[in-house]
Design a protein around this ligand. Structure first.
Ligand SMILES: [Mn+2]
Length: 353
C-alpha cells in the first residue's frame, strides 16, 4: 500500500495573498491530486502546519482551500490523517485551541485529527504520530517516543542541528527522547528537505519565501511494504534569481518573459556595460512580475570621501579578492572571485524571515 505524505502546506500563507493561494491551488489540482489518482493512492498523512496563521484565517483562503483540496478528498474517497503543527495551534503552551479542530469539522468523514500521540496502522505498518510538542504535552510525548514500538515515527519536531531553511541551521532544538529507536523518523516543521541518519525533514511542498528559491520541494510516497519514502518533485516554483554578470554572457537576447508572474531578483555580480544593464532592466520591468528586486553593491559610491572609514564596501570586495589571490590553489581564481562576490552581494540582501 502507498501513502502520500504532505506537511507544512500553510493554507493562507503570506497573509492569504492571492498569488500564494493560486500557486498552492495549482499544486493540488495539477500535481498532487492527479498523482494520487494515477497511482490509486487513497491515504494521506499530513505532518502538521495545515494552516499558516496561528490565530486567524481569511475566508477567501479557507474557501479556496476547500474547493481545491478538502472537497476533492471527499469526492475522490481519499482519507487524510493529520496532527497539529505549531502553526495550527493558538497558544504556545498547549494544543488545546487548534485550528484543525475548529475548521476541519465538516470533513470528519474523510479526515482524522490526531491531537494526542498514538500509533496508526497502514496495511500492517505501524506509524507513531506525535503532534506539536509544547510544555503541556511534553512529558506525555517523550514517554510515547521512548516506548513506542512502531518502526516509523512521524512528528512536527524542532530538532537541533537541522537546517531550518537551506544553509541556516537550528541551534536551539528540543530534546524529544530517544529517536535512535526508530527505523525512520519523518518530520514537518522545517521547510527545507534534509536528513541526518534515520531522521528526515521532508521540507514543505511550496516555495513561500525568498530563501526557498532554488531549494527543490517535494511530497513523499511511503510504500508500506518496502518502507521507503519516495520524494516526488513539485515542478511549480515562484522565485527566480538572475546572477547578472556581463563579463561572461550577453543579455541582449535574454528571454525576459520566462520571469512573467514570478518573483524576480537580479543579483549584480559584474556590470561593466551600464547601457546594456539599463536596457536589460528596462526589458525586465516591462514584464509583469510579482516583484522585481535588484541587488547590487554600490562600490561606485564609496569614494575618497569615505576613505577614512575603517570598514567600507570597497574594502570588503578588495579583501575577498586579495584573499583569493593569496590562496594557494589550482582553481580558477577569477571564477572564485566571482563566486565570492555573488555570495557577498547576496548576503547583503539577505532577508530574515
Ligand atoms: Mn511550517
Amino acid at each position: 500500500m502507498k501513502v502520500a505524505i504532505i506537511n507544512d502546506t500553510h493554507c493562507g500563507a503570506r497573509n492569504s495573498s492571492d498569488i500564494f493561494m493560486e500557486y498552492q491551488g495549482r499544486f493540488f489540482e495539477e500535481i498532487f491530486l492527479p498523482y494520487l489518482k494515477e497511482h490509486n493512492i487513497t491515504r494521506i498523512l499530513h505532518l502538521g502546519d495545515y494552516y499558516d496563521h496561528r490565530r486567524f484565517i481569511n475566508f477567501k483562503a479557507l474557501n479556496h482551500n476547500r474547493k481545491v483540496f478538502l472537497d476533492k478528498l471527499r469526492s475522490h474517497h481519499i482519507h487524510m490523517d493529520i496532527f497539529p503543527g505549531n502553526h495550527d495551534v493558538f497558544y504556545k503552551n498547549t494544543n488545546e485551541l487548534c485550528s484543525l479542530k475548529e475548521l476541519l469539522g465538516y470533513y470528519t468523514d474523510c479526515i482524522t485529527i490526531h491531537m494526542d500521540p498514538e500509533v496508526i496502522t497502514y496495511d500492517g505498518l505501524n506509524i507513531g504520530l506525535v503532534p506539536w510538542i509544547n510544555s503541556t504535552n511534553y512529558a506525555r510525548c517523550v514517554e510515547f517516543i521512548n516506548k513506542c514500538k512502531a518502526p516509523i515515527l512521524a512528528g512536527h519536531f524542532e530538532l537541533e542541528g537541522f537546517e531550518m531553511s537551506r544553509g541556516i541551521v537550528n541551534t536551539h532544538g528540543q530534546d524529544v527522547g530517544n529517536l535512535d529507536r526508530f527505523e525512520a523518523v519523518i518530520s514537518g516543521h522545517f521547510h527545507t528537505k534534509s536528513s541526518q541518519g534515520n531522521i528526515h525533514y521532508l521540507g514543505s511542498q511550496f516555495e513561500m519565501f525568498w530563501n526557498d528559491c532554488g531549494d527543490p520541494k517535494y511530497f513523499h510516497i511511503l510504500d508500506t511494504e518496502t518502507r521507503e519514502f519516495e520524494p516526488i518533485l513539485n515542478p511549480l516554483t515562484l522565485y527566480d534569481k538572475i546572477m547578472y554578470n556581463d563579463t561572461n554572457q550577453s543579455y541582449d537576447n535574454y528571454d525576459v518573459f520566462q520571469h512573467e508572474n514570478r518573483f524576480v531578483k537580479v543579483i549584480v555580480v559584474e556590470k561593466t556595460d551600464m547601457y546594456s544593464f539599463d536596457r536589460f532592466i528596462d526589458r525586465l520591468q516591462d514584464v509583469k512580475t510579482h516583484e522585481l528586486k535588484i541587488a547590487e553593491n554600490f562600490d561606485e559610491f564609496v569614494g575618497s570621501n569615505v576613505e577614512d572609514e575603517s570598514v567600507s564596501l570597497e574594502d570588503t570586495t578588495e579583501m575577498l579578492d586579495s584573499y583569493v589571490d593569496a590562496t594557494d590553489t589550482e582553481l580558477d581564481k577569477d571564477r572564485l572571485k566571482g563566486v565570492m562576490r555573488e555570495l557577498y552581494v547576496e548576503a547583503q540582501n539577505l532577508e530574515i524571515v
